[in-house]
Design a protein around this ligand. Sequence first.
Ligand code: IVH
Length: 698
Amino acid sequence: MKQSETQSVAQRIDFLRREIDKHNHHYYVEDAPLISDAEYDRLMSELAALEEAHPDLITPYSPTQRVGAAPASAFASVRHAVLMRSLSNAFDPEDVAAFDKRVTDALRGAGLLPAGGAVEYMAELKFDGLAVSLRYENGLLVQAATRGDGQTGEDITANVRTVRSVPLRLRGDDVPEVLEVRGEMLMTRQDFERLNEQQQKRREKVFVNPRNAAAGSLRQLDPRVTAGRPLRFFAYGWGEIRLRRKGGQVDLFQQEAGDAAMPRDTHSGMLEWLAGLGLPVSDLRRSVRGLDGLLAYYEDIGKRRAELPFEIDGVVYKVDSLAAQNVLGYVARAPRYAIAHKFPAQEETTVVLDIDVQVGRTGALTPVARLKPVFVGGVTVTNATLHNEDEVRRKGIYIGDTVIVRRAGDVIPEVVAAIPELRPDDARPFSMPQSCPVCGSAVERLEDEAVTRCTGGLFCAAQRKQSITHAAGRKALDIEGLGEKLVDQLVESGRVKSIADLFTLTALELAAYERMGRKSAENLIKAIDQARKPELARLLFAMGIRHVGETTARDLAQHFGSLDAIMDADEEALLAVRDVGPVVAGSVRRFFSEPHNREIVAALRKAGVEPVQESLPAGGNLPLAGKTLVLTGTLPNWTRDEATRHIMAAGGKVSGSVSRKTSYVVAGEEAGSKLEKAHSLGVAVLDEDGLKALLGMK
Ligand code: IVH
């Protein structure tokens, strides 16, 4: 290599080290990261790759040369009796295949695996929290420490003692003399959101994600503050272990010392042993065999990821046999017997190019961030809703800011927070326009509402277009072929002012619109024709009455049986419908007392639109007919979607919250407040098997 190239590599390495040090400080000391984890990982892997190619440039001060963060000064230091290591990462199935091959070859070579045999693994969640080590002596919690740099962490005993899932005393008569438990401290998403709401009310710092909230909470100087923060703990490993011997003698058993006399001889057995001592161990761990078993677990957990009550950033595979683990040993600071298989990053940083304002079906003005395209959560994101003015203010987002963008599962991408430290000089704050950007009407914001609305009503083309698109939608009148582009043209030409006008269109005039051939015009007219006899519930939903969603529309239709009956119902009659409260009743009343809306109904009828009588609730003999169920926690075999489908197919309803009217709560692992509420209201609780029994599947 030429002199000048080496020079630039050295400069790049120096730059990366400085950057990483800076981000470590913001992350660990300030609990306020400046970049996404994914970006941090990229800096680290670039540095590691450069150092691997130029080992002469490695110094002991490089961030690659330590396991984790440096201990900050406010807490006393704790030296870990056994090093706290980290895991190497796999990002795709090829990485996992290479891992499985390395393990298989090594174990065959050592005579621990017969030819053709597959390796037994323990597969676990990779909890996205903070590693901690808990030290128990004679069954009592004596010390808790953060990982720190792997050798030395911070003493957080007082804080950890406030965490209710950490036992202060181990269970059973046969507690070890010494046990160092390793595991993850985390906060559930729900608790995180609740904490942030509280912080906001008190005008205190809000956290960008549950992990930072957990980190901030554990590093509180006042344990009373930590006590108010709902932290959870899961055990996944151990450090030093000394078992009590029958005759009172004590032996040191350390796995790394190659000792054969551990309390159990597999990782899965060890986790059961820990669970038996009263330590929380996740039930979502599985024993699997070979590469296929690993990848099947990854896929299964990936599907459930969004519905887990806490965040995970991947799964971890560990060779199950402790003897085999010892043979495999360690490379640098990571074990060769384990690997983390990461999920695609859910958070990234990008730049807000502009903030547009969109007008919705009900006139709500929504600020939308136009983003520099960024790949996150498996898709490229170019814009994200900012919901409303207060939200923009609360998150402190300026046009030009660098922001953290998050996309979890199939959830809509969201701007989590701005990073004010990276704000350019020409960044501009956002303010809501005083008039509607589409129709120019005045906008208003009611005192107790967060939303700013255009007052133009159906005079506003944006509202008209969207109410028509909504009415044509699959869950409403289901008019195939009436896409957004055509609706735009129909509204802009003035031909269609309300949904009633759709039913007076002819194929001939449709064919004159852009990108409309004769054939597609005829097909659309056919589709419109088919919509002339909609189910009452669909027609009601299509009208776009505020607060009347699909389910409420169905309840109203079933209760009243005809459109006239609903139009004439007074508040009292409406309140008699199941699940209808004053807000919905008031909204339905107001809608039908508006002459304009009655005119649309009349025009619909004139155009031959007449709802058909609602069919009675399907077969009264379905096992869950008339029953409302609430799902909470993670079921062992069914995802939430699967369970919902089974319940609905059996005539039942699935609701999001528990009340006295709830027939059953179906609770899985990590069930939270809904389960508590079920108990306090005396609502029957089932597990997955119980649900299957109800469904006649067991
Ligand atoms: S085992 C010797 N198991 O991932 C291996 N780690 O880079 C020690 N983590 O700092 C780690 N879930 O905070 C292990 N089921 C799991 C884990 C897990 C999360 C974290 C842990 C550690 C990091 C490894």
